[in-house]
Design a protein around this ligand. Structure first.
Ligand code: HEM
Ligand SMILES: [Cu+2]
Length: 552
């Protein structure tokens, strides 16, 4: 007898629509990445008058914005359907409208990048100016995510009404936390695009307040990284315990961590602007203190996950202090890929503390170090976890099996990604310390000795960086092959959506953790505290704005 699908067939289609685009973005984006690496290493030159910045814009937008956002929505929609039940036609329609608005925006912005009318990099800093259509595309992108988010929230609200007094399943609780974080954060980018960039690019105003635009961008830009990370944490907290045959250590601790992420990931954007004139030390200092508060939920997460691993190992009869390590399913890529992602987070988190520290930021600011940093955070921790999710999620949604052969390939893909990233990001970190700037094509700076040193080292060498990029590219194409197999060719089968249970002695979950009004209230209070005075200052004492520049 065929078992009922884990995710309703109609809901599956919506999730898969997101996932197709996510992996199309991986394909194109990593292609751009390897070419950039080869250019920087002086190994090739760009053909057909493609500019380095055009390529770099495509790479950043496709991977940091398109891949992540699409994968996250595909994953969250599927998990909500699995844990709260099938969506109503209204909720599903909202999901599809969100998908299409997002997709029209993506295609419009991407078209502008292709025609070289938007080579402003994915951070689109003023005074670089793109075509107005690029900003229209970005606006649709954000509005699309809002509509998709509304679909998820409507689902949650209905479930709550129908299940009064019950604790929301952890997956759904975390989804709501992620979407609320996204709503509060994306107001910043919507504000700068609608109120500043669009009128300026349309010629309605001549000048733009650069400092204000950057501040609104980073008000959004830092929580953006938590929008990427939280879905990965959902997989760690909810799905991995089931995959390793264990139980979640503590439900309350998991929820508490998410609440703390919501509070401490927004009022901290100034740590990206430590080198920026026009913001006084006091406000930078305050936001750096709040930045460091995020270490608390990060360590809670690390503790909770490893406690889950240990409990699982001991339940399988492991003894001694570390006997449980051997009981983990090392040959299962659904575990191994996210686990490598977790390992990457150890140096990545350490690097983050360095970046956020004023004095050390002065050393690494705008160097390749930063590029190394976000390739091991989003490019490894998050992406390897997403790959690990894809290995079971696509089979669930397509009613297929993750075969032993695909698992083997997935193990190889994880190992290649890890090796490639080790060389590429490792070299980037070291080159950054040697002063190599980010966002520059191949150059010897008139044969300057400092620049020559970036081609001298064994490890700290732009050629090593490029070779790491080639390995990564091979890993990426392997991933695409696996995704195509799981989508269209793997044998039909029932695959389980892994949802972990909580350990019996974990204790009651306090209801206050789900008091979203309270948490949003505190988050808004913290934001107002950290931003009101500096923002007023930027507007009232604004220097003359800047006309547009188009240096490409
Ligand atoms: C095959 C895999 C990849 C390769 C070879 C690669 C390579 C590179 C290189 C060489 C740079 C530019 C350095 C510079 O001139 O500043 C870069 C920038 C960047 N990469 Fe990757 N990357 C890969 C995967 C990823 C992934 C998976 C993500 C995110 C999910 C990502 C996000 C970014 C971002 C956001 C930038 C910065 C763009 C900018 O400065 O505007 N990359 N990458
Ligand atoms: Cu940040």
């Amino acid at each position: 007898m065929r078992q009922a699908a884990e995710v309703d067939i109609h809901d599956s289609k919506l999730s898969m629509a997101y996932i197709y685009i996510a992996f199309a973005a991986l394909f194109l984006g990593t292609m751009a990445g390897v070419v950039q690496g080869l250019v920087r290493g002086g190994l090739i030159e760009l053909p057909y008058s493609i500019s380095y910045y055009q390529l770099l814009t495509a790479h950043g937008v496709l991977l940091a914005l398109v891949l992540t956002t699409y994968f996250i929505y595909g994953f969250l929609h599927a998990g909500m359907s699995r844990t709260l039940g099938t969506m109503t036609p209204f909720e599903r329609r909202l999901g599809w409208i969100g998908f299409w608005v997002l997709t029209i925006g993506t295609l419009l912005s991407f078209a502008m990048i292709l025609t070289n009318d938007a080579s402003v990099l994915y951070t689109f800093y003023a005074p670089l100016q793109a075509s107005p259509l690029y900003y229209v595309g970005l606006t649709l992108f954000v509005v699309g995510t809002w509509i998709g988010g509304a679909s998820l929230l409507a689902h949650y609200i209905r479930w709550k009404k129908q299940n009064r007094g019950q604790i929301t399943p952890l997956f759904s609780f975390m989804t709501v936390g992620t979407i609320l974080l996204w709503y509060v954060a994306s107001i910043g980018v919507a504000a700068t695009v609608l109120l500043q960039f669009l009128p300026w690019s349309l010629g309605l105003v001549d000048n733009i307040n650069i400092l204000l635009s950057r501040t609104l961008f980073w008000y959004f830009g830092h929580p953006l990284v938590y929008f990427w990370l939280l879905p990965a944490y959902i997989a760690w907290y909810v799905c991995i315990p089931k995959i390793i045959g264990g139980k979640l250590f503590s439900d309350s601790l998991a929820r508490l961590a998410f609440v703390l992420f919501l509070l401490f990931s927004i009022p901290v954007g100034f740590h990206h602007q430590l080198m920026e004139a026009g913001i006084s030390e006091f406000w930078k200092y305050l936001q750096v203190v709040l930045t460091f508060a995020v270490i608390v939920p990060s360590l809670l997460t690390a503790f909770s996950i490893f406690a889950t691993f240990e409990l699982a190992g001991r339940a399988k009869g492991a003894r001694g202090a570390f006997g449980w390590v051997r009981k983990l399913p090392w040959k299962d890529a659904r575990f191994f890929a996210p686990f490598m992602g977790m390992l990457f987070f150890i140096p990545a988190g350490t690097g983050g503390i360095i970046n956020a520290s004023n004095q050390m930021n002065a050393v690494v600011h705008n160097t390749l170090w930063v590029v190394g940093h976000f390739h091991i955070t989003v490019g490894s921790t998050v992406i390897l976890t997403f790959f690990g999710i894809a290995y079971w999620l696509i089979p669930v949604l397509r009613g297929r099996a993750f075969t032993a052969r695909m698992n083997k390939l997935a193990m190889t893909q994880t190992i290649l990604w890890t090796i490639g990233m080790f060389f590429m990001s490792g070299a980037m970190h070291l080159l950054g310390l040697l002063g190599a700037p980010r966002r520059t094509a191949y150059t010897t700076y008139q044969d300057h000795a400092t620049a020559a040193a970036w081609f001298d080292g064994v490890f700290a060498n732009q050629v090593t960086m490029a070779l790491g990029g080639v390995i990564l590219f091979v890993a990426s194409m392997l991933m695409i092959y696996i995704v195509i197999n799981l989508t269209f060719f793997a044998p039909k089968a029932h695959t389980e959506f892994p949802i972990g249970e909580v350990a019996e002695d974990a204790g009651e979950t306090p209801r206050i953790l789900e008091n979203w009004k309270l948490w949003i209230g505190i988050a808004v209070a913290l934001i107002l505290f950290a931003y009101t005075i500096p923002l007023m200052d930027m507007i009232q004492n604004a220097p003359p704005g800047s006309p547009p520049f188009r240096p490409w």
